[in-house]
Design a protein. Structure first.
Length: 287
């Protein structure tokens, strides 16, 4: 009677612990499979958006290249006015899950601000750069453009941002963005911004006929919008390609985790069955 009374609760208690372990593994396996489905879907969506972004980038590159060639020809002096300041424009977006696309732009700005943060203004295009730079350099941020990245950027979006930037007082500046190279590669680079006085004082400006202050002002406004449109397209293409690669890697990692969890689930289930058989045989032999 003593052996029967001690074996009875043991047989009824052990399988419950094994079933709880199997249930936790099963829930985790199910959650990883759901995550894999999401990452695979996001990869397919990013692939379609990347194809469109790359096609639109080819049409947008003449806008940026044409504007930069003009500044390369006249070579304006990078001399800040006494009351001027330096302007840094970060081209990012509001969306994440795309690797280090936004972090690389913010890191380059942080490196420049680490050397000199006084009299430096920051314009954040996209909420990701604002959230990264807000903690340390929130006082330097003077303008934030939200709702970027949800839809493909247009020239109208760039013109609206350029209108707000043109109202800021600055001496020299640069636009920091990601230049698309290939589906798996991009580089963080910058394009210079010049003050109207620096362009007007350039000695090489005389090679252009009929250039007065109004023409220079009009061209500076149009070239700023063109360069912003070009950098937005470069950033969008880099973002979609990076997100596609990130979701592909996430799907592969989820697949490896599913294989490990499936193996662990089968081993645990086999161990529970074996233990239950041993307990049943032990209890039967004790009678």
């Amino acid at each position: 009677m003593f052996r029967n009374s001690t074996m009875q609760p043991l047989i009824g208690h052990q399988p419950n612990r094994g079933m709880a372990t199997l249930k936790s593994i099963s829930l985790r396996l199910k959650s990883v499979k759901n995550i894999q489905k999401i990452t695979q879907s996001m990869k397919m969506v990013s692939a379609a958006k990347y194809a469109r972004a790359e096609r639109e980038l080819r049409a947008a590159r003449p806008y940026g290249e044409g504007s930069t060639v003009f500044y390369e020809k006249i070579k304006p002096e990078e001399k800040e006015p006494a009351e001027g300041s330096k302007l840094l424009v970060a081209v990012t977006s509001d969306r994440g899950l795309c690797g280090a696309v936004h972090t690389s732009v913010s890191r380059q700005i942080r490196n420049e601000l680490a050397e000199k943060s006084d009299n430096v203004k920051i314009v954040c295009i996209g909420d990701k750069s604002r959230s990264i730079l807000q903690r340390l350099y929130g006082k330097n941020i003077v303008l934030v453009a939200n709702e970027v990245g949800r839809k493909p950027p247009t020239f109208l979006d760039a013109a609206r941002i350029a209108e707000q930037i043109s109202q800021l007082e600055f001496g020299t500046g640069k636009i920091i963005y990601n230049r698309f190279k290939s589906v798996v590669s991009y580089t963080t680079t910058d394009l210079p911004l010049y003050h109207r006085d620096a362009v007007a004082a350039s000695p090489n400006l005389a090679q252009y006929d009929s250039v007065d202050d109004s023409v220079i002002q009009s061209y500076l406004e149009f070239s700023l919008a063109s360069i912003l449109y070009y950098t937005l397209k470069e950033g969008a293409c880099s973002e979609q390609s990076s997100r596609m690669s990130a979701m592909d890697n996430a799907s592969k990692n989820a697949g490896e985790m599913i294989d490990k969890l499936s193996l662990l689930f089968n081993r645990t289930r086999q161990a529970v069955i074996t233990r239950e058989l041993i307990e049943i045989i032990s209890g039967a032999s004790a009678l």
